[in-house]
Design a protein around this ligand. Structure first.
Ligand code: RM4
Ligand code: MN
Length: 384
């Protein structure tokens, strides 16, 4: 008997930018029916929730998702059965940010970047969002280009101002990335740097772990464990990678890594909503269909969690206590090898959801209707 009670209350947040047009570094592909504005992005995202019952929140990116009337967008989301989730700032698409944003040597540009984050806090107040997610493009391409230490000091000062401008029910989610768009150094390259800034800021500052933002071979589940241990794992940006920040479908490149991550989550009971960990997706679907791509990603996270829930905790603890190396490893592998697909389909059916959400989407005609109805206007693109 496969026990899936641990899935109750577990939810995943999807990104608005996964539905607009995207592509490779060389070409943005367009397709019929792509969303033209945040309203249509929310409608697409709501399909993922309707068919999986898992994805009831949508992260927005500012300014990509700016609208005139936030209460109207919120009402639209409510009607679709979704909520507005984390608000993502964007300081990587303006000429002024060539040498950085919050770390820029020019105080006027730092001011502009800080004020943009205050604008995001206002969006949160109007949408009911409680998470401000910050990913900075800041970094250097050449040794000596700027003072490494000076940039940390500017960053600390800017983050302090943003944190102090936030409300008591707001969280600051600080993301790290070890390379790109600059390559000699980035200003928040790793979880340690992000954590240090969060600790200095206060308890409402937490770390975002984007699974594509590490050097190859990094033991990501160790970082998960350590951040939970410190009470500072604020959120995931889930995606999957072979080389760098590939932003592929979650669990596609390395399902076993996803399982190991979810096992650390389960070991700490962090899959429960009370943990405060926001399980978000951050990915692009460049050649595959967007909505089914999100559905597969959401289901892959659920499946990895379902397998992690199968770990026999008592047997594992006993084997570890006895120093039974292979025994302990086999307990974990037994859980990983458990085929949970049928049990998950049964659970969906029992909750009035389709057994196969991808097929249900394809049969629904939603994509065809969108292609017929969404004519005129400009389709949203990653970056616009
Ligand atoms: C960055 C980072 C952020 C996301 C942008 C679009 O690489 O992962 O989380 O907001 O991409
Ligand atoms: Mn990310």
């Amino acid at each position: 008997m496969i026990d899936l009670d641990g899935l109750d209350g577990f939810t995943i947040e999807v990104p608005s930018w996964a539905y607009g047009n995207s592509g490779t570094r060389f070409k943005v592909f367009t397709r019929p029916g792509g969303p033209r504005n945040p309203y249509e992005k929310l409608a697409d995202a709501a399909q993922v929730n309707r068919l999986t019952g898992l994805a009831n929140r949508v992260s927005l990116h500012i300014p990509w998702d700016l609208v005139d009337d936030w209460s109207d967008l919120k009402a639209h989301a409510d009607k679709l059965g979704v909520k507005i989730g984390a608000i993502n700032s964007n300081v990587f698409q303006d000429d002024d940010y060539r040498l950085g944003s919050l770390c820029n040597p020019d105080p006027a540009i730092r001011r502009k970047a800080i004020d943009h984050h205050k604008q995001c806090l206002d969006v949160m107040r109007q949408t009911g969002s409680t998470d401000l997610k910050i990913w900075l493009p800041d970094g250097l391409n050449y040794a000596g280009q700027d003072s490494l230490r000076g940039r940390q000091d500017r960053l600390a000062e800017a983050l302090r101002e943003i944190y102090d401008a936030s409300d008591d029910d707001h969280r600051i989610l600080l993301e790290y990335k070890f390379f790109e768009p600059y390559f000699y150094s980035t200003d928040i390259p790793d979880w340690g740097t992000s954590l240090l800034h969060c600790l200095a800021l206060g308890e409402r500052a937490t770390v975002v772990l984007d699974t594509g933002h590490h050097a190859p071979g990094t033991n990501i589940e160790f970082i998960v464990m350590q951040l939970i241990r410190q009470g500072r794992l604020g959120a995931f940006d889930f995606n999957s990678r072979y080389y760098a920040d590939d932003d592929l479908i979650v669990g596609s490149a390395d399902p076993f890594q996803l399982f190991r991550i979810m096992s650390e989550i389960v070991a700490a009971d962090a899959h429960r909503p009370e943990s405060g960990v926001n399980f978000m997706l951050d990915q692009c679907h460049n050649i595959e269909e967007k909505i089914p791509g999100q559905i597969v990603s959401v289901l892959n996270v659920e499946q990895a969690l379902a397998k992690a829930l199968q770990v026999d905790k008592a047997a594992l603890a006993a084997a570890q206590r006895e120093g039974d190396v292979l025994g302990a490893h086999r307990v974990l592998m037994d859980a990983y090898e458990t085929d949970v697909r049928g049990a998950l389909a049964d659970r969906r059916e029992a909750r009035g959801l389709p057994r196969d959400p991808v097929k249900a989407f394809q049969d629904s005609g939603y994509a065809q209707t969108a292609a017929t109805e969404r004519v005129g206007g400009t389709q949203a693109s990653w970056g616009a």
